[in-house]
Design a protein around this ligand. Structure first.
Ligand code: NAD
Ligand code: TYD
Length: 370
């Protein structure tokens, strides 16, 4: 049994990890630390908080006193560190927040963990999992081999640079202080609870609302898509069985260009409307409600500055050493994800309208202290 700290547990991957961890390891004590930025959403965690199955703390990983108090009170033996600013477009507009959270926040967390584990003599038992991205490796040309764990870092966006800096700090803590840390670099995730600013939910919601589907540049940029449930399984495998100081790449083996992904979303929504006549009255502005294709909304817009052309992950180390492989086929995962957004209209309408923010401020502002 472990006492576990999950940072960023109210974000997209964090929420999925909290549920996966709770289900897989009912004996562990789970504490979630999250600053509840615009990207957070607590609705799915509410029943766990109310039922005492997890403890939720509102606060920042940059708050050294709070982090240290949490370590002292809960004696964590596992840390899964996901808290971050995570959206490339935002990092282009406001890079400073990325340095604060991703670089300095990671440092604050590492230092608190090290101090606490040293003081209690538990350094050997403890594990610190730093959850990072494949974007640290930069961009691939179409014929390049996929990223391996030894591919040199060449980050291109402020987001990727901030994650690269945090990876380097984790590595330095391992080498210099004997920190029991591991790093994962994962490809693009998709699935339930993803914020509507990211490609897949944005396109689903825009299509349902009959808004243009903005594809950057010519839409030939390639991402390697991984269902979030596969990512969570891999994270638990790495923290359980990974070797300290090692990096593990995690990927889905699903390379698709953006034009293809958006086209598949359109086709799947068109198909859902044909099969289910009730959708037309719920989403009247969607072209599929008038028997037109959502593809009519596809719009090519100005490219993202510094847009990485292609990411692809070689995940053989994870498979060979830890026996972990992704299992969700992209086409199945995409259909399930579209179904989720169709069924969870209240969730995304709250997130996009700001009503959820008001609710959070009213209900959670008092939970700042430990
Ligand atoms: P997200 O933006 O959905 O969630 C991030 C969470 O961190 C939010 O709940 C936010 O409130 C919280 N947070 C932000 N600043 C904080 C701070 N200072 N202190 C405490 N909490 C803070 O992100 P995500 O997509 O769930 O990504 C989680 C992690 O996985 C990130 O580290 C990201 O770099 C990494 N990652 C994401 C992807 C992906 O495709 N989404 C892929 C690879 C790696
Ligand atoms: P995104 O979901 O922002 O993830 P990342 O930038 O971390 O890969 O974007 C995925 C891809 O989709 C990326 O190539 C940028 C592109 N994209 C669009 O074409 N239009 C959009 O509106 C968004 C948000 C992304």
């Amino acid at each position: 049994m472990h006492s576990v700290l999950i940072t960023g547990g109210a974000g997209f991957i964090g929420q999925n990890l909290v549920h996966a961890w709770r289900a897989a390891r009912p004996g562990d004590q789970l504490v979630v630390l999250d600053a509840l930025t615009y990207a957070a959403n607590l609705r799915s965690l509410e029943p766990l908080i109310a039922g005492g199955q997890i403890k939720f703390v509102t606060g920042s990983i940059n708050d050294a006193d709070l982090v240290l108090r949490l370590f002292e009170e809960h004696r964590f033996t596992r840390v899964a560190h996901l808290a971050a600013e995570s959206h490339v477009d935002r990092s282009i507009v406001d890079p400073e927040a990325f340095l604060q959270t991703n670089v300095l926040g990671t440092f604050t967390l590492l230092k608190a963990a090290l101090d606490c584990w040293r003081a209690s003599g538990t350094l050997e038992l403890a594990r610190f999992l730093h959850v990072s991205t494949d974007e640290v490796y930069g961009s691939l040309l179409p014929a390049d081999p996929a990223f391996t764990e030894t591919t040199p870092y060449r980050p291109n966006s402020p987001y990727a640079a901030s994650k690269a800096a945090s990876d380097h700090m984790v590595r330095a803590f391992v080498t210099t202080y004997g920190m029991p840390a591991l790093i994962t670099n994962c490809s693009n995730n998709y699935g339930p609870y993803q914020h509507p600013e990211k490609l897949i939910p944005l396109m689903i919601i825009h299509a349902l609302e009959g808004k243009p589907l903005p594809i950057y540049g010519d839409g030939t940029n390639v991402r390697d898509w991984l269902h979030v449930s596969d990512h969570c399984e891999a994270l638990m495998a790495v923290i359980d069985r990974g070797r300290i100081g090692e990096t593990y790449n995690i990927g889905g083996g699903n390379e698709r260009n953006n034009r293809e992904v958006v086209g598949q979303i359109c086709d799947a929504i068109d198909g859902a409307f044909s099969a289910e006549p009730g959708l037309a009255s719920r989403f009247r502005s969607c072209p599929a409600a008038a028997n037109l294709s959502c593809r009519s909304l596809m719009t090519f817009v100005t490219d993202r500055a510094g847009h990485d052309h292609r990411y692809a992950i070689d995940a053989r180390k994870l498979a060979d050493e830890l026996g972990n492989r992704s299992s969700v086929r992209f086409e199945d995962g995409l259909r399930q994800t579209i179904r989720w957004y169709l069924d969870q209209e209240t969730w995304w309408r709250d997130v996009t309208s700001g009503a959820y923010r008001d609710w959070i401020d009213k209900n959670y502002s008092f939970r700042i202290a430990v």
